[in-house]
Design a protein around this ligand. Structure first.
Ligand SMILES: NC(=O)c1ccc[n+]([C@@H]2O[C@H](COP(=O)([O-])OP(=O)(O)OC[C@H]3O[C@@H](n4cnc5c(N)ncnc54)[C@H](OP(=O)(O)O)[C@@H]3O)[C@@H](O)[C@H]2O)c1
Length: 308
């Protein structure tokens, strides 16, 4: 496994993260297999959120963990709060951040989170309240490091004005199919394509400038919940390009698609979501793949983009 050091944050974390959004569908025995397979393939970082199965992902993880033979200190556990589907709102109030974190710790049967991320922005967020919540969580030893998810640079800058702790992560969507995080600079100022639209305030460059590690969610998905593009007949050119490199490197197409993210010099982590142990193994082969500069562009172009 390729390991990375998150600036001002956890050290020696795996470049591939096991996402647990799909864990509620599993028995505790199957969930234990997922955790153990991920770990045996070099993954030491697990991603949760309060809204994954309304807490069920965290509950299942905690039920399964004792069956894995692993110790709490063998892994990093991350969770996210702020999305409240049951109330149809996003909520970054101090009260909700504190209550959500207590709920996460109870469900996960742990006394601390390694990283806590604020999930999607609460349009009414008050950075001073967030700062007060983070201070309390840090001084109580409940959270070691803090970050955000799906956040624009100006909102991160606003938080940073008040929050004392470094914000070490921004978790955002990136895949060959959903590559808007990296597209815009290539087409800048070009009126003939929507690819020139800056949709995220240059989040990637901001994160690199401010030592914030980007975690790329859904590396294999079409849109948000469109299924995977791997082996999908609607993506013939992309699958051809992935297959060519997969054959050369003796890995799966999924591994090549994830290697495409890891090849970027921003040293991102990629968060995989499969609950299938053999697919987890496939994905982890991404770290064995050597993509040349030319390979990277060939995959990018095969995903439907063009050079201006
Ligand atoms: N911050 C946010 O807003 C946000 C949003 C969404 C997700 N996330 C995080 O990102 C994680 C990953 O999300 P995701 O599940 O959408 O990501 P994903 O890994 O891109 O997609 C998983 C899909 O890919 C398929 N797949 C995986 N390996 C495959 C292979 N070798 N061959 C064919 N198909 C394969 C899976 O099918 P199988 O099940 O058959 O393997 C599953 O349908 C989540 O668990 C969560 O932690 C964060």
């Amino acid at each position: 496994m390729k390991m990375i050091n998150i600036a001002n944050g956890p050290q020696q974390v795996s470049a591939i993260i096991q996402g647990c959004m799909r864990m509620p569908a599993l028995s505790k025995e199957d969930a234990a297999k997922v955790i153990r397979t991920a770990y045996d393939n070099g993954i030491n970082f697990f991603d949760h959120a309060t809204c994954y199965g309304a807490g069920e992902a965290e509950t299942r993880f905690a039920e399964a963990f004792p069956l894995t033979g692993l110790r709490r200190e063998d892994i990093y556990i991350q969770s996210k709060c702020g999305i409240c589907p049951e109330r149809q709102e996003f909520d970054w109030t101090k009260e909700n951040i504190l209550a959500s974190t207590d709920g996460i710790l109870q469900r996960l049967h742990t006394d601390h989170l390694d990283t806590l991320l604020l999930h999607r922005p609460d349009l009414l967020f008050d950075p001073e309240e967030v700062a007060a919540a983070f201070d309390q969580l840090e001084s109580a030893g409940k959270v070691r490091w803090f970050g955000v998810s799906n956040l624009m640079p100006m909102q991160i800058a606003l938080l940073k004005k008040y929050v004392k702790q470094p914000l070490v992560i921004d978790q955002v969507q990136l895949s060959l199919e959903q590559s808007q995080l990296i597209d815009q600079p290539l087409y800048m100022n070009n009126k003939t394509t929507d690819l020139s639209i800056n949709r995220d305030g240059s989040a990637l460059d901001y994160c690199r400038l401010h030592d914030i590690t980007v975690q790329a969610w859904s590396p294999l998905q079409i849109g948000m919940f469109g299924g995977t593009f791997i082996d999908n007949p609607d993506y013939p050119e992309l699958n051809r390009a992935l297959a060519e490199i997969a054959e050369r490197e003796q890995v799966s197409k999924a591994a090549v698609a994830i290697a495409w993210i890891l090849r970027h010099p921003a040293k991102m982590q990629a968060i995989i979501g499969t609950m299938n142990p053999s697919h987890i193994q496939d994905a982890c082969d991404a770290v064995k793949v050597t993509l040349s500069h030319h390979d990277w562009y060939a995959l990018y172009l095969a995903s439907g983009k063009f050079l201006p």
